[in-house]
Unconditional design. Structure first.
Length: 113
């Protein structure tokens, strides 16, 4: 019973060639319709152009915002480097003064002995 059902299904679902009159009608309608009538309607073209322009503007704004963020981050990093260099300079000056004062006090002790 199932093989009979399967063979009936296969027979009813097999591809069929289109009728000759359908093919003729289709070819006639395509050749009869002018090229400009098959194009997109004017409103649809304007809408797609507006969507594309909006997308370009949004991408441009996003790039600009990202550049501003990167610039702000760069300026903050520069400020931190300058602060670190200033602190390092202070520490080195303090260490130099300490070593200098110790070496002079040692020289004074050695010369007086």
């Amino acid at each position: 019973m199932s093989s009979d059902l399967e063979s009936r299904l296969r027979a009813s679902l097999r591809p069929l060639a289109p009728r000759a009159e359908l093919e003729k009608k289709l070819i006639a309608s395509v050749t009869r319709t002018p090229h400009h009538a098959r194009r997109m309607p004017r409103r649809a073209r304007w809408l797609s152009a507006a969507a594309a322009a909006s997308l370009l503007i949004a991408v441009g704004i996003q790039i600009r915002v990202q550049e501003q963020r990167e610039r702000a981050n760069g300026l903050e990093a520069r400020r931190q480097v300058v602060e670190a260099l200033r602190m390092t300079s202070q520490k080195l000056n303090l260490a130099f003064e300490t070593v200098k004062s110790q070496s002079t006090s040692l020289a004074d002790e050695n010369s007086g002995a």
